[in-house]
Design a protein around this ligand. Structure first.
Ligand SMILES: Nc1ncnc2c1ncn2[C@@H]1O[C@H](COP(=O)(O)OP(=O)(O)OP(=O)(O)O)[C@@H](O)[C@H]1O
Ligand SMILES: [Mg+2]
Length: 481
């Protein structure tokens, strides 16, 4: 399957004392394997909420109203908490909007990188769990279903709706529970036996080998013998779990991969001894230790200055290429996007307003909101803004009936205030939700004021690309201690 992630009709709201905030409204997009999708939009447009929904880490007052999030063919909104733990943070890694808060200021960097490796590195335990996973999940799903039925009953009680049927369903599930538990226990016992037998055989083999080294038939020096034995013992330990030594080796490797000079020395240091850019690299290293196949970056460069930004972007690009990562890259800064994204989704008021390839959205934008975003982006050289977007985004407790951008758009028509525009197809990869694109619409093209800027942007993007590559090669030294 080529699609790594599919988000379908996802809607997320938040309960607040003053009403329901419709943060994400019926959005759909997908990600091909190895592709980078950038999500851009003003503050509050729902970018972080979208990715937090994917990660399963929405705030407590969130309600996923509807939708599917399909990862490798499985709906993440349907699987159990336990399965989700397996995917979140392992298969899908995330770099948060505020990267520095993801580091512990009083813990050495090395420990922070190895922590996850050690915690998840119990190979035998993991193997056993995998073997009886089906029975484990069946038991957990039954328990979860009982829990959610109970919640439903409570809600029905509150709304004075009938709930006897639900009670019957609970009774039925409760009847199944002991069998499910027993089946799980039997499966676990069997799995443990299989895995431990295999391990014990390996262990016996290692003990034989150690005995042989100890016998020292070649008459080696005692120091060499001792080292050989110690290596064999370490090998055996590594079958059981990720050892401290192994975790350190892997941490140093990944530190090197993300461009941290002198990793052995850096391993023992604290976050305050690192520059902002280097700290961001550490955060990325921590995420990479789990070997994710999707990397979500929520504004990973906003807090950094321009040169360092370029380096981090280049690093993300490199990792994507070398590891075959699929990336979701969030930013409100369109200038950043051109160099990293394969496709761009423009979000406004909880909706995707336009989505297309990098070229389509940058050079042939169709939605007035995208025009406004492009025009309001400070020019790279003159710093001038062509257009300032008037007004403010709508209050999402009361989402507008029609096109959410109509109130701020000089192109708004009557229908924009009345009816939600559908996603009009422009090409196989390019869609935009604007009534301007309707076949009977006024057929307005982007403001000509943007044309020249777009032309200049094409040139600049090329220049910036070269600059980024140059920076990356020369800049590492300045961080050495
Ligand atoms: N826990 C919450 N309770 C209530 N409303 C929330 C909560 N979390 C987010 N929201 C609201 O959801 C909307 C979308 O927020 P989100 O954080 O996704 O914006 P964003 O696009 O990431 O913006 P930024 O660029 O500022 O990070 C906003 O209106 C926000 O106020
Ligand atoms: Mg955000």
């Amino acid at each position: 399957m080529n699609k790594k992630l599919i988000v379908e009709n996802l809607s997320v709201s938040f309960r607040t004392v003053t009403g329901k905030v419709r943060a994400v409204r019926n959005i759909s997009f997908d990600l091909n394997k190895g592709e980078t999708l950038a999500i851009v939009g003003e503050s509050g447009s729902g970018k972080s909420v979208t990715t937090r929904a994917i990660m399963g880490i929405l705030a407590g007052n969130a309600i996923v109203e509807d939708g599917k999030i399909i990862y490798d063919g499985e709906d993440l909104l349907k699987i159990t908490e336990e399965e989700y733990h397996e995917i979140r943070g392992k298969k899908i890694g995330m770099i948060y909007q505020d990267p520095l808060s993801s580091l512990n200021p009083i813990m050495r960097i090395g420990k922070q990188i190895t922590e996850g490796l050690l915690l998840n590195g119990y190979h035998l335990k993991n193997k056993i769990e995998k073997l009886y996973n089906k029975e484990r999940v069946a038991y957990l799903v039954t328990k979860r279903d009982i829990r959610s039925l109970k919640e439903k009953i409570a809600e029905n009680k509150k709304n004075k709706e009938p709930y006897n049927d639900l009670k019957k369903q609970i009774a039925e599930l409760k009847k199944q529970l002991p069998t499910a538990k027993k089946t799980m226990k039997i499966a676990k016992k069997k799995a443990t036996k299989v895995v431990m037998n295999e391990y014990n055989e390996q262990k016996a083999k290692y003990h034989e080998e150690i005995k042989e080294i100890r016998r020292n038939p070649e008459g080696l020096e005692p120091k060499v013998v001792k080292e050989k034995i110690s290596n064999k013992k370490e090998e055996l330990r590594r079958i059981k779990k990720v050892t401290k030594k192994e975790a350190k080796e892997r941490a140093l490797e990944v530190m090197r991969e993300v461009g941290i000079p002198q990793p052995e020395k850096r391993f023992k240091q604290y976050p305050f001894q690192f520059s902002g850019g280097m700290r961001q690299r550490i955060v990325i290293a921590i995420v990479l230790t789990a070997n994710p196949d999707i990397l979500i970056c929520d504004e990973p460069t906003t807090a950094l200055d321009v040169t360092i930004q370029a380096q981090i972007l280049e690093l993300i690009k490199k990792l994507k290429e070398e590891r075959g990562l699929t990336v979701i890259f969030i930013t409100h800064d369109l200038g950043v996007v051109a160099n990293v994204a394969d496709r761009i989704a423009v979000m406004y008021a909880g909706k995707i307003q336009e989505i297309g390839t990098n070229e389509e959205v940058f050079y042939d934008p169709k939605h007035p909101y995208t025009w406004a975003l492009l025009g309001s982006m400070p020019d790279l050289t003159s710093k001038e803004k062509l257009i300032t977007i008037p007004g403010t985004p709508p209050d999402m407790r009361f989402p507008p009936k029609g096109d959410a951008f109509a109130l701020r758009s000089e192109y708004a028509m009557k229908i924009d205030f009345e009816e939600q525009p559908p996603m009009f197809k422009i090409s196989d990869t390019h869609y935009a939700a604007s009534w301007l694109l309707h076949k009977d619409g006024p057929n307005i093209d982007k403001p000509t004021i943007l044309d020249e800027r777009i032309e200049r942007m094409k040139v600049m993007t090329e220049e910036l690309k070269k600059e980024m590559e140059k920076e990356l090669n020369t800049d590492e030294k300045q961080f050495e201690v």
